[in-house]
Design a protein around this ligand. Structure first.
Ligand SMILES: Cc1cc2nc3c(=O)[nH]c(=O)nc-3n(C[C@H](O)[C@H](O)[C@H](O)COP(=O)(O)OP(=O)(O)OC[C@H]3O[C@@H](n4cnc5c(N)ncnc54)[C@H](O)[C@@H]3O)c2cc1C
Length: 266
């Protein structure tokens, strides 16, 4: 269980997993197996697959504009998918879609949202109170500014330098959350702190929280743009904190569409 998934959330997930539907549409057993499960990322984050449309055969079917399933033989499908990928014949890949529930630090969400070709619905901090969960880097990720790359990290901080940074991050995040609760006049569970004074509106109180606090969203994207996202964000130039999400997404792609994954990695 990731720390951010409380007991009742696990029960909700189990209920979803215990429910099944019959369908005439192709499904992918490997993805069905992990549907709704949280893949942990960073300290409180996760990625859950909520829904998907299409399999490798759907790409072949669309490319051939076929009346049938599209699949003749795996070797033929593999060849065609490789050909499409190599020649940037991208529209057949847009026939598949996938929907995720993602929990991520706000500063990672700011990079992620730049990918405009997805559909997003974010947790509303105007309506709800944000969880008291903030990202703290592992000590091996606490690096100094790179001397050669203005967008990168250099030597890992050690000893008292690392301890001081971790202390500052923790203190700032906790103090900001205390002030958030004080302004709201509510705690994280929604209990009123002082019945004799009004709280500030949630849409305003949230503004003092640092960007290492976690937000959540549903994110739906077609396969073409999904691969584009992975290729940019699983790349070594991407910041570690978004790269680890992209690496999980790449593993999910492998489970979902093994032939497409092979061609993509090639
Ligand atoms: C390593 C790295 C460093 C970065 N640094 C910065 C930075 O310093 N500052 C910053 O602001 N951003 C930065 N970005 C974000 C980057 O500029 C892109 O905004 C982000 O990667 C989304 O890429 P995209 O536009 O290709 O994706 P999407 O928005 O998903 O678009 C996918 C594709 O659709 C097409 N498309 C979408 N919208 C349009 C449009 N309006 N017009 C024409 N074609 C369109 C393009 O072909 C595009 O590649 C960085 C990204 C990376 C990976």
């Amino acid at each position: 269980m990731t720390p951010s998934l409380k007991l009742n959330k696990n029960q909700e997930i189990q209920q979803l997993k215990d429910t099944s539907y019959t369908t005439r549409r192709p499904t992918v057993p490997a993805l069905e197996e992990v549907l709704y499960d949280p893949f942990p990322v960073l300290d409180y984050g996760f990625i859950r697959v909520i829904d998907y449309m299409g399999d490798d055969g759907a790409i072949v079917q669309a490319a051939r504009v076929s009346y049938g399933k599209g699949t003749k033989m795996v070797s033929e499908d593999r060849g065609l998918i490789n050909y499409l990928m190599r020649h940037h014949h991208s529209t057949p890949f847009e026939m598949c879609e996938i929907k995720f529930h993602v929990k991520l630090p706000i500063f990672v969400a700011r990079q992620w949202i730049r990918h405009r070709t997805a559909n997003v619905n974010e947790y509303s901090a105007r309506y709800s109170i944000l969880d008291k969960e903030f990202y703290m880097p592992n000590p091996d990720q606490l690096a100094a500014q790179s001397a050669t790359n203005r967008q990168g990290r250099g030597q890992v901080l050690e000893g008292k330098d690392a301890t001081r940074v971790l202390d500052l991050l923790r203190e700032d995040a906790l103090r900001a959350y205390d002030h958030y609760e004080e302004m709201l006049n509510e705690d994280a569970s929604g209990n009123i702190l002082d019945p004799n004074r009004p709280g500030l509106a949630r849409e305003l109180a949230r503004m003092n929280l640092p960007t290492n606090y976690y937000t959540q969203w549903y994110w739906k994207i077609d396969l073409h743009n999904f691969m584009h996202f992975i290729s940019l964000r699983a790349d070594s130039h991407a910041q570690y904190e978004i790269r680890v999400y992209a690496e999980v997404l790449r593993e999910i792609l492998k489970m979902w569409l093994p032939l497409t994954y092979e061609a993509f990695i090639d």
